[in-house]
Design a protein around this ligand. Structure first.
Ligand SMILES: *[C@@H]1O[C@H](CO)[C@@H](O)[C@H](O)[C@H]1NC(C)=O
Ligand SMILES: *[C@@H]1O[C@H](CO)[C@@H](O)[C@H](O)[C@H]1NC(C)=O
Length: 829
């Protein structure tokens, strides 16, 4: 009892305190910079530090520091920041040490004024952060102040903000910069896709640019009144027909926060306390929609966040309404009361993703009366954020139920709530101290590379090396210029592969990371689809045995994919035709196991299976340690819906590897990959091309020819003579068996990739087992082989599970612990 009471009073204490302290979240990283200024500038309670005071090496500033004495300054928030600017005539960057990885706001202030020879209105430039393009060919609007806000998950210890003038005669400039950490839970990983209704995943790694942030029916909220120093505009100018709406009276009670709902940082209280509502409510009025219009960029996808708080209902549960985005239904009979666990005046939000295909230059947001008989003709909206999503993320299974919403919110926020409470309490304690330390914090060391290097005349240190995330954030845009540099302007000598899609170049980035740069042929439409498929799939798939995508470039109609560099090239070149030393049996088995694991992950690692469709030895790549990774996802398709067993599609893939069943029926299942993988296993065993027209007719097609020998149990006819002597017969037998299962006549008999993996692991165990004990010579092994193979021949027709059981019994002398621990270890990554 006593503990309970303490708990309750603790919560009340926090809630009450928050109502009076509007900036409860204390960012770990907080850089506020007034660029080009000689003195610090105070805006409300925030001090923007003059950038000249930050670098002792800054000697000649006259070129770069421009003041705006003649021009009037726009009377917006932070207008004092627009009196000076830092101007760059060559690529230059600011570096900020980052104390906590995670989401940060990056705000860039621009006001293009004219002062003497510097006409900032003519500036066109790009800005990048980490490896991400924030602004590309950006020209700030003349005579107006612009603040661009981005939120980026920073995964490095240093954030390099780079300004690059577009073209040699152009300028870049900036008036002020903020780099501030924000709570990671502000952006959740998942959201609801509007069309088709599916779950969107991968938001937490993505770059977001704030396009609109609106306080519906409420006042303008300036950064000083926001919990995270954001600006919330008023909504009148976006409202379509204001005469069908009314502004709700500002709610004066306490806004409630529930598990799974908004937090204090999601939006300031005033956003939830004010709202726009349909007029004529509670009357027998016609069904109506209340609509706002926004101009957006048609080629992007957006995260749209609705803020709701039912401050209007008298009785609970009557406020039901519909929500539309671009006339697509986002939610029907939206029920705030349920989301708020049955209480009114609770801060809630909903996230939707509108895919680029559904976006046009005018974006409409509507709330409208529900058809439900229980509902009053009423609808409200408290706030709205429209954030542009950069980079690609993923689509997972259809969901479509609001229950998920609650569970999702609950599980994420539940964990975070505790942390936030601790932070809040700490913040109350530390607040006084923090104010004293504020100055020190904001001018924590950072450098202005462009300027320091210019004064020393060094060109090379002028260029900030971009480092590419090998892990973590993915699917980011990489500037074309960087790829030109990395590949020596797409030098033919750097070509390491040519395919249907285009050429693959080896590249070296500035931080000396080696990459493979696949440059698509821009004329092919099929190329464009494959390009997108590959980015979308690879940015959501991370696996040790799948080739990682580092980034992409779609500047100037380019279709370039940048992958991790695979030193040893394709499996194919190690098998035949290249004169490379032949791989040992163990190496071959390990490569097969690695690629099987990659494929197994493709098939089972996501809610919906992904079918590769183009498995072949040329799409299995090897790194410097011969670790195998599956590559080339351009043809991949997401697997069938749960209620279907296959998807119908035009036949694609590579001749010689195609599953005949897929070919005949044009139906795609995971089993088509298993078949192709069986052909690869065959290739590995025989070390010959799958189609070799120079051979006698019967032997041209490896799969057809090989299966005959396999069925007869005469594997020795097939084995690569280069290694035949070193293969233990049990291992070979198991391998042959695995091939036969993969190439089974019908998909139903064909094993899953998991089974294949298991069998290959077992083949490896059999190869390694007691290799130290026995010194069987090669002739012995081959002669032992046939009878063993014959015995499985006799057992044909039983299911794959039984075969497993049988073959285990056959080898009862093998330590099962050994086999299983190997399996467990290899899976327990
Ligand atoms: C913003 O804060 C100031 C005091 O800092 C207060 O007077 C004003 O009413 C607040 N505005 C809003 C919209 O909350
Ligand atoms: C509201 O807008 C949606 C989407 O445009 C439309 O389907 C619906 O009929 C509209 N409802 C009313 C009452 O106009």
């Amino acid at each position: 009892m006593a503990i309970g009471r303490i708990g309750v009073s603790f919560i009340i204490f926090v809630v009450i305190s928050l109502r009076y302290i509007h900036c409860a979240f204390i960012p770990k990283d907080e850089y506020l910079i007034d660029c080009g200024s000689l003195t610090n500038t105070t805006i409300g309670s925030r001090v923007f530090v003059a950038d000249v005071s930050l670098s002792s090496t800054l000697t000649t500033a006259s070129n770069n520091l421009v003041s705006n004495s003649q021009n009037s300054v726009p009377s917006s928030y932070g207008s004092a920041l627009f009196r000076t600017a830092r101007v760059f005539t060559s690529p230059s960057s600011y570096s900020f040490p980052i104390q906590v990885h995670g989401r940060h706001f990056i705000r860039l202030y621009f006001f293009p004024f004219v002062n003497g020879s510097s006409n900032l209105a003519a500036a066109i430039f790009g800005v990048s952060a980490q490896d991400v393009v924030l602004l590309d060919n950006f020209q700030p609007q003349a005579e107006s102040a612009t603040v661009k806000e981005f939120s980026l998950n920073i995964t490095r210890d240093t954030l390099v903000l780079k300004f690059v003038p577009s073209g040699s005669t152009s300028l870049a400039f900036v008036n002020a910069i903020e780099v501030v950490s924000i709570p990671d839970n502000l952006i959740r990983n998942t959201a609801q896709i509007v069309n088709p209704r599916q779950k969107y995943e991968g938001l937490s790694g993505q770059l977001l640019e704030t396009i609109y942030r609106i306080n519906m029916g409420g006042p303008l909220v300036l950064p000083n009144n926001d919990t995270l120093w954001r600006t919330w505009e008023t909504d009148e100018i976006y409202l379509h027909k204001s005469n069908i709406s009314q502004v709700t009276p500002t709610y004066t009670g306490a806004i409630k926060y529930v598990k799974g709902g908004a937090t204090q940082e999601t939006a300031p209280n005033v956003v939830y306390a004010t709202a726009r509502r349909l007029a004529f409510v509670n009357m027998a009025s016609p069904r109506l929609n209340l609509t706002w219009w926004f101009n957006v960029d048609a080629n992007s996808k957006y995260l749209i966040r609705f803020h709701f708080c039912d401050t209007v209902s008298e009785a609970a549960g009557k406020l039901l309404f519909n929500v539309y985005i671009n006339t697509l239904s986002a939610d029907k009979n939206f029920n705030l009361f349920n989301l708020a666990n049955g209480s009114l005046a609770t801060a809630l939000f909903m996230d939707y993703v509108l895919e680029a295909k559904d976006v046009s230059a005018n974006l409409s947001i509507s709330i409208g009366t529900s058809d439900s008989l229980n509902a009053l003709p009423d609808a409200i909206l408290n706030g709205l954020e429209i954030l542009k999503i950069d980079g690609f993320a993923s689509v997972v299974e259809s969901t479509g139920s609001k229950k998920n919403f609650g569970i999702l919110l609950g599980s994420i926020l539940g964990a975070v709530a505790v942390v936030i409470m601790v932070v809040i309490v700490l913040s109350l304690v530390l607040r006084k101290k923090k104010v004293a330390k504020h100055d020190w914090k904001t001018w924590a060391p950072f450098s202005i590379d462009g300027l320091t290097s210019r004064s020393t005349g060094s060109r090379t240190s002028n260029e900030t090396a971009f480092t590419i995330a090998q892990k973590g954030i993915l699917g980011y845009r990489i500037p074309f210029s960087m790829l030109q540099e990395a590949t020596n302007n797409f030098d033919e000598n750097m070509v390491i592969g040519v395919g249907g899609f285009g050429k693959v170049y080896k590249g070296v980035l500035r931080d000396e990371t080696q990459v493979a740069v696949k440059r698509g042929n821009p004329t092919s439409q099929q190329g464009l689809n494959e390009f997108r498929t590959e980015i979308e799939l690879l940015s959501r798939l991370r696996h040790r045995h799948l080739v990682s995508l580092i980034g992409y470039c779609d500047e100037k109609n380019e279709m370039i994919l940048v992958y991790e560099y695979m030193e040893k090239g394709t499996l194919r070149t190690h098998l035949y035709g290249s004169g490379l030393p032949s791989l040992s049996w163990k190496q071959r088995l390990e490569i097969c196991i690695g690629s099987a694991r990659g494929l197994h992950h493709l098939h089972t690692g996501q809610a919906k299976a992904i079918i590769h469709r183009d498995i072949k030895s040329a799409n299995i790549l090897l790194d410097e340690n011969l670790l195998a990774k599956v590559a080339d996802f351009g043809l991949s398709k997401t697997g069938p819906e749960l209620d279907q067993t296959h998807i119908s599609t035009a036949v694609k893939g590579s001749f010689g590897y195609l599953d005949p069943e897929y070919f005949r029926r044009q139906q795609l299942t995971e089993k088509s990959d298993v078949y192709s993988f069986g052909v690869v296993l065959h290739e590995v065993l025989c070390a010959r091309p799958v189609i070799d027209p120079t051979l006698p007719r019967k032997m041209v097609n490896l799969a057809e020819w090989g299966i005959k020998w396999l069925k007869r149990g005469e594997l020795e006819q097939l084995v690569d003579p280069g290694i035949a002597g070193s293969i233990r017969p049990e291992s070979l037998r198991k391998f042959g068996e695995t091939i036969m299962k993969c190439l089974a006549d019908s998909g139903v008999e064909c094993p899953s990739m998991g089974d294949v993996l298991w069998n290959l692991e077992y083949a490896l165990q059999l190869q390694e087992f007691d290799s130290s004990v026995s010194a069987i010579n090669s002739t012995n092994r081959i002669s032992e082989l046939s009878p063993l193979v014959q015995s499985i021949n006799a057992s044909q027709g039983i299911t794959s599970g039984e075969v497993d059981a049988l073959s285990l019994n056959d080898h009862s002398n093998v330590s099962m612990d050994n086999v299983f621990s190997q399996l467990i270890n290899s899976e327990g990554r």
